[in-house]
Design a protein around this ligand. Structure first.
Ligand SMILES: N[C@@H](CCC(=O)N[C@@H](CS)C(=O)NCC(=O)O)C(=O)O
Length: 205
């Protein structure tokens, strides 16, 4: 088993944080996405036809892509401590927040990255500045939404740290560090949450 990864990139980071929370160590192989190693025919044909990383290679030679799917695989192998909820209600709540963060937060941040960053201009030949601008506003609004949601609980899906928090942390840091999109100081609940999840040892995995 090994994980194809690129340290520092937001999607692989989700898996690295998850594994650190679980105390699970596996071998990994760096795939340099800046050199487009993940877009070479061999990688597309053998590892992941979608081209993205991370990808988990199992011992039988099969592959699991998609960050949350990889974490779910490990959750089945190592159910405790649970990061996807324990009761049916918790599991539903964690899943709800995973999807919200992916669809309503990660996607617009990704649009800003693809259409608004000089670092992606070489691969995204047809950057559309208006798409980046529009999605910047979506992300800024979402900071306010998250702040309101965190007013009455410690973590996104309740009072227990979960995969939803890992998703949100990696997305928020991606927004700030690579897209210059920052939540405001008056977002006190979001700031409190961010300090708490960033302070866990797993955050630097
Ligand atoms: N939905 C996928 C997204 C994978 C993805 O887009 N990964 C990025 C790194 S953060 C990547 O490989 N980018 C380079 C590329 O797509 O060529 C996941 O959850 O893992």
């Amino acid at each position: 088993m090994k994980l194809y990864t690129y340290p520092g990139a937001p999607n692989p980071r989700r898996v690295h944080i998850y594994l650190a929370e679980k105390g699970v160590e596996i071998p990994f192989q760096k795939i340099d996405i800046m050199k487009r190693e993940n877009r070479q025919p061999e990688f597309l044909e053998r590892v992941n036809p979608m081209g993205g990383i991370p990808v988990l290679e199992l011992d039988d030679g099969s592959h699991i892509a998609e960050s949350v799917a990889i974490c779910r695989y490990f959750e089945a192998l190592h159910p405790t401590p649970s990061l996807f909820g324990t009761t049916p209600a918790e599991q539903g709540g964690v899943e709800m927040w995973i999807r919200r963060i992916e669809l309503n937060f990660m996607v617009p941040v990704g649009m800003v990255w693809i259409h608004g960053s000089p670092l992606t201009a070489a691969v995204m030949k047809n950057q559309i500045a208006e798409v980046a601008d529009q999605n910047r506003k979506v992300v800024e609004n979402y900071f306010g939404f998250l702040d309101g949601q965190l007013a009455d609980r410690e973590f996104l899906a309740g009072d227990t740290y979960s995969m939803a928090d890992i998703n949100a942390l990696c997305t928020l840091d991606f927004a700030a560090q690579l897209n210059n999109l920052h939540h405001k100081p008056e977002h006190e609940n979001l700031s409190r949450w961010h300090a708490a999840v960033s302070g866990r040892p797993s955050a630097s995995a």
